[in-house]
Design a protein around this ligand. Structure first.
Ligand code: P6P
Length: 333
């Protein structure tokens, strides 16, 4: 017999809504629609190799990266699931240079959705886990329709954050500020079932560090000293999947630290603040960890542009603290 009752994500969202006295149901409906989109993307990701969806679509996105066919599919699925229900005033996607307006024929809502439709897409063709990342804010601009101002909000203002991990199983992990909860998709019934309630980053947890060491020569001396310190203790193991959602998910469940530092080639780092680092930072905080750009908390960064990049150090709080000390050159080796 299962050790816990069978809770669908819809039931869980309803239960969370009841704990918000001013909830109107619109926010819950927004999360339902996201879960629906996740199921559709999961179906295609899991069958991509069968339908020749792999490989690039031959175009490049605003990041100048080759767009994989599944990137486009995931973007379209999320956009079409979210554009008409009246929850959103605007959206922003890694796949679109500018903010995405809600079509005139649809009602405007009070929320903002920022998303990376399919992160880690370079791993699609080799069947390594990939993911969708999302961040939800409340509309703050005065006009009827959403604006860039509504998208450029600090991570501390997020109402919800989460990701979908398309791996050996498909999981949806989210927080609305009341803990982090993981759901595993049962494809036989098409339901996300609560499998990881109240996730907490183990502390100290596994001493795992995760960084692409091929870039060592591009790092700062402080970054090199940090990684050399971890290696020198003989107590760490290295893990690096090269897919943010997969590397983050392991860090969330096992502990350790994931790092994508700035380097001489990427002086601002590679990862995007609004729809990659900030949602991961909210999840990490809610799970008892933290996230930094190496100097300050990711959640405190005031965004300046939609696709701005940031260095990211996220995971067990003591290890993120340690990284900050090394990068400041103040840590005793
Ligand atoms: P690198 C995948 O392309 C991605 O955007 C993230 O998912 C991942 O963490 C990072 O890039 C990997 O980058 O430079 O190590 O290949």
């Amino acid at each position: 017999m299962p050790s816990t009752s069978v809770v669908t994500i819809s039931r869980h969202i309803n239960d969370q809504e009841r704990r918000h006295p001013d909830a109107t149901g619109a926010f819950s409906n927004l999360l339902y629609d996201l879960a629906l989109a996740a199921k559709i993307v999961s179906r295609e990701v899991n069958q991509a190799g069968l339908f020749d969806l792999l490989g690039s679509a031959g175009e490049t996105n605003v990041q100048g990266e080759t767009v994989q066919k599944l990137d486009q599919f995931a973007h379209e699925v999320i956009y079409k699931a979210m554009d008409h229900a009246g929850h959103l005033c605007c959206m922003a996607s890694e796949e679109c240079e500018d903010i995405i307006a809600i079509p005139d024929r649809f009602p405007i809502g009070e929320y903002v959705l920022l998303f990376d439709p399919l992160d880690g897409s370079s791993n699609i063709d080799i069947n390594v886990s990939i993911g969708t990342i999302f961040s939800i804010h409340r509309k703050i601009s005065s006009g009827e329709r959403g604006t860039l101002e509504d998208c450029l909000q600090r991570g501390t203002e997020q109402l919800a954050a989460g990701y979908v991990l398309y791996g050996s199983s498909t999981m949806l992990v989210y927080t609305t500020g009341m803990g982090v909860h993981g759901f595993t998709l049962d494809p036989s019934i098409g339901e996300f079932l609560l499998s990881h309630p109240d996730i907490r980053i183990p502390d100290p947890g596994a001493r795992l560090y995760s960084v692409n060491e091929a870039y060592r020569d591009r790092w700062s001396d402080e970054q090199r000293r940090l990684v050399d310190h971890m290696k020198g203790t003989g107590r760490y193991s290295a893990r690096y999947i090269g897919s943010l959602v997969a590397d983050f998910h392991r860090t969330l469940l096992r502990g350790g630290i994931f790092m994508y530092p700035a380097d001489s080639k990427s002086p601002e780092g590679k990862l995007r603040l609004l729809y990659e680092a900030a949602p991961m930072a909210m999840l990490a905080r809610e799970a008892g960890g933290r996230a930094s750009d190496g100097v300050r908390d990711i959640l405190d960064i005031e965004p300046q542009s939609l696709h701005q990049r940031t260095p990211l150090f996220v995971g067990s709080a003591p290890l993120v603290d340690l990284a900050e000390r090394f990068l400041a050159g103040t840590s005793e080796i």
